[in-house]
Structures are given as structure tokens and as C-alpha cells.
Design a protein around this ligand. Structure first.
Ligand SMILES: O=C(O)C1=N[C@H](C(=O)O)C[C@H](O)C1
Length: 317
């Protein structure tokens, strides 16, 4: 298994577009994937939460992975695939299936949800998965969805395991534990922002990038924000930012302003459950055939979509 830290930048967890009659619109997915890479996405994520993965059949999931893998192969772009659950044995099988996806550079694997094992149990889960997986793992830490808290020390232990290359950090808030982790992450361990509105502050703390549904829109501006925060890095690719790195004063002011504006966009795009507003906006732009989502999600209301379009317009003008 080749172990490499996820690429610096914005990785986009693709929505699953549906046709007016409810089938997966694979042609629209393929077009969208190309557009996002054209606009500066560092990589793509298939089967994230944003893909409404819980509602896709096994065949649909396979088709989605096939399409996104093809795009990544054609574009030489890194592909991360969502795989795993709160059952260790089933997660091992899901990860083993990635042997058939040579384009996958990593799996995005949730901290086991709902069961609420001890911290030691979470570490045992990931130790077993990482030992066996054909691709390295990016841990998806989202305690407000999984019900499982993990402190900086536990994340450091996980990050030090061979085969674990990063975390999608979506804790809902940045706090002392975040500062602790960001001050001393394991070598080669990428912290990727997973809370869209907190992307800019986490970049300022040293995040390598993000896995952000919001970056379906204004993709180039999200990519620009990463460049701005990493402009002064003096360390080599693969390292994290260290004390003493320089960023020009003008860049910092620009980064701060852009970060605020992108946070406003993300807030508008998350005004209703993700990815309903994003789909509404992409449909209004003519980029996907329908804004449809599958139950239990309901389509976003027209006010939310118009508000997001207004913020987007002010950002791209
Ligand atoms: O699918 C993902 O990956 C993401 N899901 C989050 C969510 O739905 O809450 C949002 C994040 O931007 C990426």
C-alpha cells in the first residue's frame, strides 16, 4: 500500500445528482466532477455524507464510484472514497472492496457511530482497519453525528498508526483540544477541515485543506484561500506548517477577508440540511438536472436557494 498524506487543498465530497424521475444522473455527476477539478479542486470524494450515501443502493454506489474514479484517472486527481460503519468486521469488508478501485488514494472512514465504545475501543477499531485496508485511512471525526468524542491525545494516537494519514475534523467548534492537536500533529498526518464555516480559522491554525461540500460553489475561491494560508510555508510538501513560517501582511488581510466571505457562503449553503441548498443552487445554475434529494431529506425552500445565490453572486463578482 502506498502511504501518502492527502493533497493540500480542497477536496470536494460530491453530491449525487438525480434526474427528474429519481434515478442517479451519472452524466451530470461526471460533468460536475470535471468542472470542479477545472476550477481548482485538489481532489474528489465519492460516497461522502453529501452524496446522500445512506439512500443509495449497492448498484448506485458502485456506479457513482465508477464514474468518479474514471474522472480522477483521466485528470490524474486524487480520489477519496467513503467506506466503513460502526461495525468493525463490516468496515474491513467495505475497505477490502477498494482493492478494485485503483484510483482511490484513501478511504474516508467514520469514527464508529451510535455504539459509543470507549476511546480504547475506537483506537482498536482503527488499528484493525488500518492494518488490513488496501488504502490509507482519513478518519472522519464528527462527534455531533457519531456521538463519539475524541480528544487531541486520542487523535494523535490514531494519527501515529501506520496507514492513517489524516482526519476530517468536524467537531462543530474549535476549542482548546483543537489548539492542542494543531500545535503537535503526528508526522504526515493531515488535518482537513470538515465544518465548512470553520474552514478559514482551521486553515489559520495549520490545516492542510478541507473536505467541504460548500466548495461545489465558488470552488476557485476556496482553493485560493488554501493558497493564501499556505503561501508562507517554508516546509516541504508533506510537512505541516511550523512556527517561523512567513505570510505577507497583505496576503493575511486578503485571506482573512476572503475567509469571512466564504464562511458567509457556507452558512447560506447550510441554512437547510446539507446538501439540499447546494443542490438547489447547482440546479438553478443549470449544472444538474433537478434539485431532488431523497427522503428523509426534503428539498430546500426557494428563499434559502435565492439567499445562497445572492451571496454567491457577491463573491464571484
Ligand atoms: O460529505 C461530506 O464529506 C461532508 N459532509 C458534511 C455534512 O453533510 O455535514 C459537510 C462537509 O462539508 C462535507
Amino acid at each position: 500500500m502506498e502511504i501518502s498524506t492527502p493533497a493540500r487543498g480542497v477536496h470536494i465530497p460530491l453530491i449525487t445528482p438525480f434526474t427528474g424521475t429519481g434515478e442517479v444522473a451519472l452524466d451530470a455527476l461526471e460533468r460536475l466532477a470535471h468542472e470542479l477539478l477545472d476550477e481548482g479542486a485538489a481532489g474528489l470524494v465519492a460516497l461522502g455524507t453529501t452524496a446522500e450515501v445512506a439512500t443509495l443502493t449497492t448498484e448506485e454506489k458502485q456506479s457513482v464510484v465508477d464514474v468518479v474514479a474514471r474522472v480522477c484517472r483521466e485528470r490524474d486527481a486524487p480520489l477519496i472514497v467513503g467506506a466503513g460503519s460502526n461495525d468493525t468486521a463490516a468496515s474491513r469488508e467495505a475497505l477490502a472492496a477498494l482493492r478494485k478501485v485503483p484510483e482511490a488514494v484513501a478511504a474516508l472512514t467514520l469514527v464508529p457511530y451510535f455504539t459509543r465504545p470507549s476511546e480504547a475501543g475506537v483506537i482498536a477499531h482503527f488499528t484493525e482497519l488500518a492494518a488490513d485496508s488496501p488504502v490509507p485511512l482519513v478518519i472522519y471525526h464528527v462527534p455531533y453525528r457519531t456521538g463519539q468524542e475524541l480528544g487531541a491525545e486520542a487523535l494523535r494516537k490514531l494519527g501515529a498508526l501506520p496507514g492513517i494519514v489524516g482526519v476530517k475534523y468536524a467537531t462543530g467548534a474549535l476549542n482548546a483540544s483543537t489548539a492542542d492537536l494543531m500545535a503537535d500533529p503526528p508526522d504526515g498526518f493531515a488535518v482537513l477541515a470538515g465544518d465548512d464555516v470553520l474552514f478559514a480559522p482551521l486553515l489559520a491554525m495549520g490545516a492542510r485543506g478541507g473536505i467541504l461540500a460548500s466548495a461545489h460553489l465558488a470552488t476557485a475561491r476556496f482553493a485560493e484561500l488554501v493558497r493564501l494560508w499556505h503561501a508562507g510555508d517554508t516546509t516541504h510538501e508533506g510537512d505541516t506548517t511550523h512556527e517561523g513560517d512567513t505570510t505577507h501582511e497583505g496576503d493575511t488581510a486578503h485571506a482573512r477577508g476572503l475567509g469571512h466571505r466564504l464562511a458567509t457562503l457556507s452558512a447560506a449553503l447550510f441554512a437547510e440540511p446539507n446538501p439540499t441548498v447546494i443542490k438547489g443552487v447547482l440546479h438553478a445554475q443549470g449544472r444538474i438536472p433537478s434539485p431532488a434529494v431523497r427522503l428523509p431529506l426534503l428539498p430546500a425552500g426557494p428563499e434559502s436557494i435565492s439567499a445562497a445565490l445572492r451571496v454567491l453572486d457577491s463573491l464571484t463578482r
